[in-house]
Ligand binder design. Structure first.
Ligand SMILES: NC(=O)c1ccc[n+]([C@@H]2O[C@H](COP(=O)([O-])OP(=O)(O)OC[C@H]3O[C@@H](n4cnc5c(N)ncnc54)[C@H](O)[C@@H]3O)[C@@H](O)[C@H]2O)c1
Length: 344
C-alpha cells in the first residue's frame, strides 16, 4: 500500500514519541510533523528526527492539510486529550491514541463520544496486540493448537523507578491502568467479552514518588468460560524479574499449553506430543508500534473495520474500572455494572 497520502502528525513529543518516530521511519510511513506544548522538546525533536514541521501550536499541526492521522502521544488525561480530540473533530482527522485511552471509564467514554459524534476514526494504540510474538500466539490459538483454552496467566514483575518520569505513578491510579492495560487489551482481544473481575492491588511505601498502585493482580472471567489472571508487580526487589516487554504469558488448553514472552513462543501439545517453537520477526519496541499504525492506515484506505477501535477499547477501560472498584470494595465487579447499556 502507498502510505504517502496518510500523513501523520504526532502530538506530544516526549519519551514514547521517539519509539513511534523510529517505528514509522522503519515502516516507511509519512510523518508530516509534530507538536508539543514544551518549546524545548519541539526544537530538540525537530532536529533529532528531522521533522519537516514542528510547532508548539497543537491546533496548527492538526489543521495542517497534509496531516490525515493525529497520533496522540500526549499524556492520557481527559484535560490533555479532550482539546486534541475536539481539534481532530473540527478538522476531520483520524485519531490514533496511546494507551490507556484514559484511566477512568467515564472519561474514556467522553473521548469516544467526541470521535463518534464527529464521525472520525479512532483507534487506540494497544501495541501489545501487534507484537509479532503475540500475533504468532494468536494464530496458534485460533487454529486450536492447544484445544480449548481455559486459563491465561500474564506476569510482569520488576522494580519500577517512576522518580524520573513526569507522571508515571504520580496519580491515584497507575500500574493496573497504565501498565496492566497492555495485558488487559491482549486478553480481551484473544478471549472476547469479559463478564466479571476481582482485583487486589497495593503499593510499596518505600517506592519513591509513587502515589498510585505499584502492584496489581486481577482475575477475570470471560463470557466464554475462559479465565485469566494478570499480574503487574512493579515493586519486586528479587532476582527473577519479568520486566515489561518480556513479561511471561502462559495459556493452557485441554490439549496443550503456550508459554511465551515477546521474544520466544513455545507451544506444547499432548496429542501428538510435540513442541513447536515458531519463528517470527520483530520485537515489541519499536516493531509493534509500526504494525499497529500500518494496520490502522490499511483499514482506513480499504474502508475496513480496524482492531482496537475506541468503542471496542471501552471494554478494556471498563475492565480497569472494575479492577479498581473491586479492590476498593473487596468484591467481584461485572462488566454490566460498569458499562450499563453500553456493555453490549
Ligand atoms: N508501550 C507503550 O505503548 C507506552 C510506553 C510509554 C508511554 N506510553 C503512553 O504514551 C503517553 C505519553 O507517555 P510518555 O512516557 O511519552 O510521557 P512524556 O511525559 O515523556 O511525554 C509526553 C509529552 O507530551 C507533552 N504534552 C503534555 N501535554 C500536552 C498537550 N496538552 N499537548 C501537546 N503535548 C503535550 C509533554 O510536554 C511531553 O513532551 C502516555 O499516555 C503513556 O501511557 C505508552
Amino acid at each position: 500500500m502507498a502510505y504517502e497520502q496518510w500523513g501523520i502528525g504526532v502530538v506530544g513529543l516526549g519519551g514514547i514519541a521517539n519509539v513511534h518516530l523510529q517505528a514509522y521511519r522503519d515502516a516507511g510511513l509519512k510523518v508530516v510533523g509534530g507538536a508539543d506544548i514544551d518549546a524545548e522538546r519541539v526544537a530538540a525533536m525537530k532536529e533529532k528526527w528531522a521533522l519537516p514541521f514542528a510547532t508548539t501550536d497543537v491546533e496548527e499541526l492538526i489543521a495542517h492539510p497534509e496531516v490525515k492521522v493525529v497520533d496522540v502521544t500526549a499524556p492520557h488525561f481527559l484535560h490533555v486529550r479532550e482539546p486534541i480530540f475536539r481539534w481532530a473533530a473540527k478538522y476531520g482527522k483520524a485519531l490514533f491514541v496511546q494507551k490507556p485511552l484514559e484511566q477512568y471509564y467515564e472519561n474514556a467514554r467522553q473521548l469516544v463520544r467526541i470521535a463518534e459524534e464527529a464521525g472520525i476514526p479512532l483507534m487506540v494504540n494497544q501495541n501489545s496486540v501487534f507484537v509479532p510474538a503475540f500475533q504468532t500466539i494468536e494464530r496458534y490459538l485460533r487454529e486450536g493448537a492447544i484445544g480449548t483454552p481455559y486459563y491465561c496467566q500474564i506476569e510482569n514483575r520488576d522494580w519500577g523507578d517512576a522518580s524520573t518520569h513526569p507522571f508515571f505513578g504520580k496519580q491515584e491510579r497507575w500500574v493496573l491502568s497504565d501498565m496492566g492495560v497492555h495485558h488487559l487489551a491482549l486478553v480481551v482481544h484473544w478471549f472476547g467479552k469479559w463478564r466479571s473481575a476481582y482485583a487486589l492491588l497495593g503499593r510499596d511505601s518505600s517506592q519513591w514518588g509513587v502515589t498510585g498502585d505499584t502492584w496489581s493482580v486481577i482475575n477475570i472471567r470471560f463470557e466464554s468460560g475462559m479465565q485469566a489472571c494478570i499480574i503487574n508487580n512493579w515493586c519486586y526487589r528479587g532476582h527473577l524479574r519479568r520486566p515489561h516487554s518480556v513479561e511471561e504469558v502462559v495459556i493452557q488448553g485441554d490439549r496443550g499449553a503456550i508459554t511465551a514472552t515477546s521474544q520466544e513462543v513455545v507451544i506444547e501439545t499432548v496429542e501428538p506430543p510435540a513442541e513447536v517453537r515458531p519463528r517470527f520477526s520483530g520485537q515489541w519496541f519499536p516493531d509493534a508500534f509500526g504494525n499497529a499504525m500500518r494496520h490502522f492506515l490499511e483499514c482506513l484506505q480499504e474502508g475496513k473495520p480496524y482492531l482496537c477501535s475506541g468503542r471496542h477499547n471501552l471494554q478494556v477501560i471498563a475492565l480497569i474500572e472494575a479492577g479498581y472498584r473491586s479492590a476498593q470494595e473487596g468484591r467481584e465487579v461485572t462488566r454490566h455494572e460498569v458499562m450499563g447499556a453500553e456493555a453490549e
